[in-house]
Ligand binder design. Structure first.
Ligand SMILES: C[S@@+](CC[C@H](N)C(=O)[O-])C[C@H]1O[C@@H](n2cnc3c(N)ncnc32)[C@H](O)[C@@H]1O
Length: 212
């Protein structure tokens, strides 16, 4: 299976020099490089942004900014992205990556708990075409309800890691809060008549949810 993933990655469009720089720096400067979405998923999100004609994007969970760059580099001239991250130690690296990608004017980073930031953005009347959920796995259901009315009709919610290494179909232990939360999230989405959705087995699984 590893071989086929490498083949797929080798045959997608080549990531930009800024993304390659960011991957290297993420390995050098953090202990969590496995959290990067990576080239295949990044290219998928880039294309989805272009195909959908999205203008406004919200991301919950920036990490070092890899996915933010993939989304924002596909936005039109007047597009904008808000990305939310709890860990303020990542801010310098995030900002340097945005600068190198030539996207400083398009992406705004908000440091702090994403639920609080979402409430502030909601008060400002912000609306989005795509919301990417990739922060605390235990809070996916709360995020979904919080952001739902900030999505324009026909807009997309993308939720990452919804296969959770296959654990979602393995009877999670009661103490495994992350798996239980993702199971609850996928169940909630598939039963929600306000949306249509499909889980794609890209990397750790992306739930692609379209608001009707
Ligand atoms: C899986 S990583 C995001 C990866 C990133 N989207 C990418 O693809 O490169 C999850 C990030 O969410 C952040 N996070 C976790 N809980 C959060 C919260 N309550 N508010 C904001 N960010 C949070 C973590 O610090 C971490 O950087």
């Amino acid at each position: 299976m590893e071989q086929i993933y490498k083949y797929i990655e080798d045959h997608a469009s080549t990531p930009s020099p800024a993304l390659e720089w960011l991957v290297k720096q993420t390995h050098i400067r953090t202990n969590h490089a496995r959290m990067l979405s990576g080239a295949t998923q990044g290219q998928f999100m880039h294309m989805l942004t272009k195909i959908s004609g999205a203008k406004d994007i919200l991301e919950l969970g920036t990490f070092t900014g890899y996915s933010a760059i993939c989304f924002a580099s596909a936005l039109p001239e007047d597009g904008h992205m808000d990305t939310l991250e709890l860990n303020d130690e990542l801010e310098d690296l995030i900002l340097e990556g945005f600068e190198r990608a030539g996207l400083s004017n398009k992406i705004q980073i908000h440091i702090g708990d994403c639920k609080e930031t979402v409430l502030k953005l909601k008060e400002e009347g912000k609306m989005y075409d795509i919301v990417y959920i990739d922060a605390n796995k235990r809070e996916y259901c709360e995020y979904y309800e919080l952001i739902f009315d900030m999505i324009r009709p026909g807009g997309l919610i993308l939720a990452d890691n919804v296969i959770w290494d296959g654990k979602v179909c393995q009877d999670p232990l009661p103490q495994d809060k992350q798996t239980l939360s993702i199971v609850r999230f996928n169940d909630m989405v598939s039963a929600d008549p306000r949306v249509e959705s499909v889980i794609l087995p890209i990397r750790d699984g992306i739930n692609v949810i379209r608001k009707k």
